[in-house]
Each structure stands twice: as C-alpha cells, then as structure tokens.
Design a protein around this ligand. Structure first.
Ligand SMILES: *Cc1c(COP(=O)(O)O)cnc(C)c1O
Length: 367
C-alpha cells in the first residue's frame, strides 16, 4: 500500500490524435484487438514508495531493460472489460468493481503488489473519458479495456519483483468470432490441460494463456473454433475454454456450470449469467460434469443447449464437440433458446435498454 495517499494523475493529451474521419473508418469494422485508441494510462509501483507517477498520455511504445523481470519469469496479470455506449450516448462500464477485485486477487496469487480497487477504477474511467469518441455507437460494438501489470524490476534473481508497471490500453471492437455461424465447435483436448489444483488457474495471468496456445492451435488444426479443457487430475471433468466459461442447459430447464475451485477462472460474465438465470427462476447448479456424460446427454437429447461466456465474446452458443474418439452435436448445432434469452438480457443491461436490478452499470461522466 501507498503511505503517501493515492497518486494524482498527470494528463498530457495526445498532440496528434487520429482524425475523426479516419477514426470513423476504423470503427466501421474494427474486428477484435487491432484498433487502438489515442491514449493509455500508466501507474508505477516500487517497494517503499508505493503507487506513484500516475499518468494519462499518448498511447505508444514503452522502453524496458532486457533484464526486466517479467521477460524472464512471467510475473504478469491482466483484466478484460468493456465500456459501452448506451442509447443516450453515455459511456458506461459493466461491473468494474468486480474486475478491480479480481485484479487484486490475481496479483495476490502471483505475489505482486495489489493495486487499490478505487485506483484501478479511476484509471479505467480516465481512459474511457479521454478516449470516449472511440466507443462505437450503441449496438455497433464496444471499447475493450485491457488493464494489465507486470514485474518491472531490472534483476535476474528469482523472487517477487520490487517494482511493477500498471497500464490500461483500450481497443474498439466489433464482434469476437468471425464467420457468423449459429454455434461454435469445440475441440476437447486430451493432450493438454490448462490448470492444475494449486496452480494459477483462477488468476488472470498471461502464463495461463501461453500454456493454452498449443492446445488452441491443435483445435484450429482439427477445424474447431476453440479448445475445451478437462481437469488435470482425472482428465474427465469439463473445466472451461481457453478464455471463456461454459454452461449446459438440460431438457428440464435446469442449468449446470463447473464449480470454481482454483482451476477455473471466476468469470464476471459467468457470475452475471448465474444471477440472471436464477432471477428468471432457473435452477442453476455449480457442479462437475464429465465429458462422457456430456456426450451421452447430447446424444440422448437430455442436453438441449450449451454455451460459452466471457467479456470478449459475451455469450456464444456451442453446437458441436470433437474428440479423438469422435464428435457429437448439441441441439442440432443451433443457438439455444435459453442461451439467446440470457444473452439478450445481459447485452440489454449493458446497452441500458433493460432494467438493471443488481446495479451493474457504472456511468462514466464525460469530461
Ligand atoms: C477472462 C477469462 C474468462 C472470462 O471472464 P469474464 O470476466 O467473464 O470476461 C474465462 N476464462 C478465462 C481463462 C479467462 O481468462
């Protein structure tokens, strides 16, 4: 913690921002993660000094020493969240307090300095405010925010870093998956696992993604959109995708999702979907579900729908699963009814067109 109170932000506007006409062109078809805004936030941390040098500046490259410890030992965490433009044009965030809390939890697991939650939210709000013109119009996309932090001490010894750099960058995004299929296909990986008990599965750290890329490449090779991981111990319980949680919808209307317990990332979309489904009287159970049961229920028709969820892709129907032992389809490989209902409810809250009984929308005042 900082003994000197929270740092004040020094803001220097980008002297050569992207021109409005060029920005409009970029926003017409932004894709995912390749169109960036004009600014970024940085806050530094050092043991004994606390959080300091908070800035909002023109977005651009940063310079780091080759011995910067993150390059060697991967002490790095991140968040993924979105700013939306409501129908009245106002920028809003969705449950930023939950991202701030999870960021602290990830930092704790990775033995990193913990950024105070109000400072996290202020940093994100400042970037959204200064780059508000980069939020696509209501319904046309969103502004994906990427807060992240890495070990910045120049030292090759293996230990928690004594210095950290926290940053926030932003990227205008449209839809996440290309192709416009009604439902995606998953590859159930038997060769690789994502997280083991006692490991870092519940922390949002870059290392988890590094470890998942070969499995994802294998899924692509098999003609699948995403990989789905099984548990590392018994290799039978369905855990989650590389960056999304998973839900199963049964013919009695009930819903199952794998329980958190250290190996699954506690998704904020996951938590929101559980809450929204229960609001509608749906019986939601957080319990283990095996790949064999998945195959049997999909084949018998007991399993009606399946979907993945996360901030980037929101709610995505799953229509087919492939394994080395053969594949199976779910609900005729179409988007399920409850899946689409929950997606509409969630995106409606985010767009400000649906009631928000849990107070999840967070207004960001304009400059
Ligand atoms: C970020 C992430 C999710 C989804 O979390 P949300 O808060 O819903 O965006 C799910 N799984 C993994 C591995 C993730 O990194």
């Amino acid at each position: 913690m900082n003994d000197m109170g929270p740092p004040r932000f020094a803001t220097t506007r980008n002297a050569t921002p992207v021109e409005a006409a060029q920005r409009d062109l970029l926003l017409a078809d932004p894709g995912f993660g390749r169109v960036f805004t004009d600014h970024m936030v940085t806050i530094r941390y050092a043991d004994g000094r606390g959080w300091h040098d908070a800035t909002v500046t023109a977005r651009g490259p940063i310079s780091i020493d080759p011995a910067c410890s993150v390059l060697h030992y991967a002490q790095e965490i991140f968040e993924g969240m979105k700013a939306y433009r409501t129908a009245d044009g106002e920028p809003v965030l969705f449950r930023p307090d939950a991202n701030a809390r999870r960021f602290r939890a990830s930092a704790e697991r990775m033995a990193m300095a913990q950024l105070p939650e109000d400072l996290f939210i202020e940093a994100v709000e400042r970037l959204v405010r200064i780059d508000a013109d980069w939020i696509p119009a209501a319904g046309a996309g969103s502004l994906y925010l990427r807060p992240f932090m890495f070990a910045s001490e120049v030292f090759l010894g293996v230990k928690p870093s004594s210095e950290y750099l926290f940053m926030v960058i932003a990227s205008s995004v449209g839809g996440y998956f290309k192709g416009g299929k009604p439902a995606i296909t998953l590859w159930a990986s038997e060769d690789f696992t994502r997280a083991a008990p006692g490991g870092t599965g519940a922390a949002k750290c870059g290392g988890n993604y590094a470890a998942s890329l070969l499995a994802q490449a294998q899924a692509t090779q098999q003609g699948c959109d995403q990989v789905v991981f099984l548990d590392a111990v018994e290799r039978k319980w369905v855990e989650e995708l590389g960056g999304m949680n998973i839900f199963f919808v049964f013919d009695d209307g009930s819903v199952v999702t794998p329980p958190l317990g250290g190996t699954i990332l506690p998704g904020i979309t996951r938590d929101s979907i559980i809450t929204l489904a229960r609001d509608q009287g749906v019986d939601v159970r957080e319990e283990r579900y095996s790949i064999e049961q998945w195959r049997a229920d999909a084949t018998s028709g007991r399993l009606r729908e399946c979907f993945a969820c996360g901030t980037a892709a929101v709610v995505t129907p799953i229509g087919e699963v492939k394994t080395t032992g053969g594949g199976f389809t779910i609900g005729g490989a179409q988007a399920g009814e409850l899946t689409m209902k929950l997606r509409a409810r969630l995106t409606g809250i985010q767009a400000g067109t649906e009631p928000d009984p849990h107070g999840w929308l967070h207004r960001v005042a304009r400059d």
